[in-house]
Write a protein that binds this ligand. Sequence first.
Ligand code: IPD
Length: 246
Amino acid sequence: MQYLEVAKEAACAAGELLRARFHKPLTVNAATAHDIKLEVDVLAQDLITKILLERFPQHALYGEEGIVGDQSSDHQWIVDPLDGTVNFFYGIPHFCVSIGLRFRGVMMTGVIYDPIRDELWSGEKGKPPLLNGNPIRVSPRTALAQAIVSIGLAKTSATIEAGLPVLEEMVHRVRKCRMLGSAALDLAYVACGRLDAYIEQGISLWDIAAGSLLVEAAGGRVEMEARSDMPDKFRIIASSGRLELR
Ligand code: IPD
């Protein structure tokens, strides 16, 4: 419980920072064809790191903006300080902070905070997760034809090539496909039944750690597979568990 409370505190503090910087001039640290790295990502992770590791100095932190501590220690925080960086940069109000905690390799705690809508998802393994304090469940829909599915294409040619056939197939089978630009919010939306599924072919652990715990705790199913051809990337299908997606 203390872990969850500190994770919420860190997510809200970072969210406040992001909200304050949204629509303000930004410093771009790096840009590639399909991605942007911002200074504010680093500032938000520094803030999260300070809050988490001041309280739990023996713990390790594995984040999009760098790692801290012994990654083989029992407790490992998995952090994306700003998921949806490209949305943030272009002024699209759809991004979040994602913080998960693994104990001996098992996800135990997950928090996702959308600072624009002030929505906070929080959960612990084996307990019903909450959205702003209210219990949530995955969607009860069982017909694929009525489903809404988010497909991520990520940020490299390889992940785009891997994702396009999935999009091409799914778009004919479901009511709507979406590409929202924040994997962590996609998972939070699956957990509370707004989306029926989220699929991506090459995604990093920090994007999906907290959200996967929320989906499973909300009664859904998460299939994750490490890619042998893309270092540190995973295939993921997260869903309500009530649809025939394959
Ligand atoms: C990205 C977003 C996007 C997903 C990419 C991620 P970032 O995270 O979650 O939706 O398609 O795979 O890398 O870079 O904004 O933290």
